[in-house]
Design a protein around this ligand. Structure first.
Ligand SMILES: [Zn+2]
Length: 317
């Protein structure tokens, strides 16, 4: 079985492919796009199943099982995303297979260097009979426009809180209700994030701490006290920076009128920041993360971030 198959077959992206297959009008190249890495990669597998299965993607037959196990002879994936791997992959487009259809899958096209992506162009411009490309893309800006324009683009949209809650509450999955509530509330409809949060039992507590801190951060005096509340030992600084970025992103979306389900615990911050200050805040966080990557001292990074953050909050008043 393909992980999260029950959820993924209910997506619009899957329904589109399903209709094309039913009509006997498969496109020569599908591009599955979305920032939810697990959903994108799972859909690539489901697409291969649907294209190759005689029963419409039943998930049970030998063909479907082989796809799920990663050993179907008609599914081709590159051995590596480097130039050699992709060159070898493309050569296989022109090798006649045993079956009627061959599915060429690259689950992370955005991780392939743009120069190397060019290798794909010829086979997309002059489609080969019986060959269907399925390309997964997480970072859209990292993919050549010429490839996008030759693909049928399907976006993976966020799952609803209710959908995720129902799925993970299934007794077989073994998560506590409190953990599921927290994860589905803060994952913004992303399977990848939801799975990450379900594995992270300290997430709820740490998140509450970060929200408290952002709210209370008002004067230099409080600043020091707040800083000490964060335990940044063992490389935990980046984790807190990620949380702040998440909060910042959700607040920004809401301020600009984009609906984001859940995340009620950050409502208390809505009046502390305006759009301009959130944009600044996000830039500060990106800068802090870069510093953390270049091995600056964690205490100094946090110190600097908090001082600047206070300025940002002050200017917003
Ligand atoms: Zn099947």
């Amino acid at each position: 079985m393909i992980k999260y198959g029950e959820l993924l077959t209910k997506t619009k992206a899957y329904a589109t492919l399903d209709n094309d297959a039913k009509d006997g009008r498969l496109n020569h190249c599908y591009m599955i796009m979305g920032d939810d890495e697990l959903a994108v990669s799972g859909l690539c597998d489901l697409f291969a199943q649907r294209i190759l299965c005689k029963e419409g993607g039943c998930g049970k037959c030998i063909s479907c099982q082989k796809v799920a196990d990663g050993n179907h002879e008609a599914v081709v994936e590159p051995n590596s995303l480097k130039a050699d791997g992709i060159r070898e992959f493309i050569e296989k487009v022109y090798v006649k297979g045993d079956g009627d259809v061959k599915v060429m899958v690259i689950k992370q096209l955005d991780k392939v260097d743009v120069k190397v992506q060019n290798f794909l162009l010829k086979s997309l411009e002059e489609p080969v009979d019986g060959v269907v490309f399925v390309l997964g893309v997480v970072r859209q800006t990292a993919v050549l426009e010429t490839i996008k324009s030759r693909s049928k683009k399907l976006a993976v949209t966020a799952f609803s809180k209710a959908q995720l809650k129902e799925y993970f509450s299934d007794g077989f999955r073994g998560y506590s209700t409190a953990l599921i509530d927290e994860a589905t509330d803060c994952c913004m409809g992303s399977l990848s994030r939801c799975e990450e949060l379900l594995k992270d039992e300290n997430f709820a507590g740490d998140m509450t701490e970060v929200v408290f801190l952002l709210k209370e951060l008002t004067s230099t005096k409080v600043n020091l006290k707040m800083q000490r509340r964060l335990d940044i030992k063992d490389g935990r600084l980046v984790r807190y920076l990620d949380m702040m970025q998440l909060i910042c992103g959700v607040l920004l979306k809401r301020k600009t009128g984009v609906r984001v389900e859940g995340f009620e615990k950050i409502n208390c911050l809505a009046d502390s920041f305006n759009i301009a200050s959130l944009v600044n805040f996000n830039e500060l966080l990106i800068e802090a993360k870069k510093k953390a990557e270049s091995y600056c001292k964690d205490e100094n990074i946090l110190d600097n971030l908090f001082i600047k953050l206070m300025e940002v909050k002050y200017l917003c008043r």
